[in-house]
Ligand binder design. Structure first.
Ligand code: ACO
Length: 333
């Protein structure tokens, strides 16, 4: 018999100050505001200042975490674990989670990064949920944060228009298994055979960053946009259905969907496929672009703070990312 469940009791987000508009991009690569807006729905994104310690990944994560802790009424001492979803860490070692732990002064916690690219927040939340359901922990801080601008190829107009930097956080707490306000289910899946639709060839142990590599721009992200688009629409729709079926629910039971914000046209296509009105989709891509692991927690935070998401409502977080990775988290707020 399961004694425990978990629920989110606080959310927070943080973004770098600098805005990069489509007009700015049109001065960097051969593109236009109209093209970007029509194909992606993105108007601007935030870009962390290079070398500024106040805008490192862990610093954005820190600001988001402080807001989430404040909403939760918790202090850093309450945190049992920090699970940090990112594919753009401050450093390969130590983990960005450990950098954040130091900034927070969360001395009791263990801290680790996980990399599921854009699906990272749902993967990290799933791990948190399992630790809380098992009774092992009481309070877990989950962060999804990225400073992607270091890895984006700012000479490649087909991909650089999409991405931005930012951080979102959520405080998860253990609760009774029969609390209606809880995480209802999580579903994860990966398909490593599709690695080549989105990858960064160099910078890991497989390929060192040498002068040749830099000349070939193999230290930057490579993307097959059209292929990802099709896969994303199908899997986001499939994972929504999978989550609802596991809970004996239908699409009518959903109050909100917080989808990964990769492209507004993907979100619209998923809504159409599921026959859901766009008014149920929580969207912030127009202001921030694709912030990878940060898209879901920042959009969730916005909708909680502006009162769209109300206690007792059913919310689906639905994601896909490089790997490829997929997942969903259904919760009652
Ligand atoms: N400005 C102007 N023209 C452009 C630009 C640009 N920025 N980029 C491409 N084009 C051109 C192309 O060269 C092409 O020209 P051609 O017809 O002369 O060959 C034309 O526009 C159409 O290009 P497509 O690639 O067909 O454009 P599409 O409508 O597919 O949009 C996009 C491209 C925006 C990348 C889209 O495919 C997409 O969003 N895919 C999903 C990307 C994604 O989700 N990435 C992240 C996933 S994983 C993760 O989140 C970590």
């Amino acid at each position: 018999m399961t004694l425990y469940a978990s629920r989110i009791i606080g959310t927070g987000s943080a973004f770098p100050e600098t805005r990069r508009t489509n007009e700015d991009l049109s001065r960097m690569v051969d593109t236009t505001n109209e093209w970007i807006l029509e194909r992606t729905g993105i108007q601007e994104r935030r870009i962390a200042r290079k070398g500024d310690p106040t805008e490192f990944n862990s610093s954005l994560g820190h600001r988001a975490a402080l807001r989430a802790l404040e909403m939760a009424g918790k202090t850093p001492d309450d945190i049992d674990a920090i699970i940090y979803a990112t594919c753009s860490p401050d450093t390969l070692v130590p983990s960005t989670a450990c950098w954040l732990q130091q900034k927070l002064g969360a001395r009791r916690a263990w801290a680790t990064d996980i990399n599921a690219a854009c699906s990272g927040f749902v993967y990290a939340s799933t791990i948190a949920d399992k630790f809380l359901r098992s009774g092992a922990h009481q309070t877990i801080l989950v962060v999804g944060a990225e400073v992607l601008n270091t890895f984006v190829d700012w000479q490649d107009r087909t991909s650089c228009i999409l991405f931005g930097d930012g951080a979102g956080a959520a405080v998860f707490e253990r609760t009774e298994a029969d609390n209606p306000r809880r995480i209802l289910s999580t579903h994860l899946q990966s398909d490593g055979s599709l690695w080549d639709v989105f990858h960064t060839p160099a910078g890991g142990s497989a390929l060192e960053v040498t002068h040749d590599v830099i000349e070939r721009r193999d230290h930057k992200m490579k993307m097959k946009g059209k292929e990802i688009f099709k896969i994303a629409v199908k899997t986001l729709a499939d994972f929504a259905v999978r989550a609802l079926e596991a809970n004996n629910m239908t699409l009518k039971d959903l109050d909100w969907v917080v989808p990964h914000q990769a492209n507004l046209r993907i979100i619209e296509a998923v809504a159409k496929r599921l026959d859901l009105p766009m008014s149920k989709m929580i969207v912030n891509i127009e202001r921030y672009g694709n912030t990878s692991a940060a898209t879901v927690p920042t959009a969730l935070d916005e909708a909680v703070r502006d009162g769209r998401i109300q206690p007792g409502q059913t919310v689906l977080c639905d994601v896909f990312g490089a790997g490829l990775t997929y997942g969903s988290m259904l919760l009652r707020w």
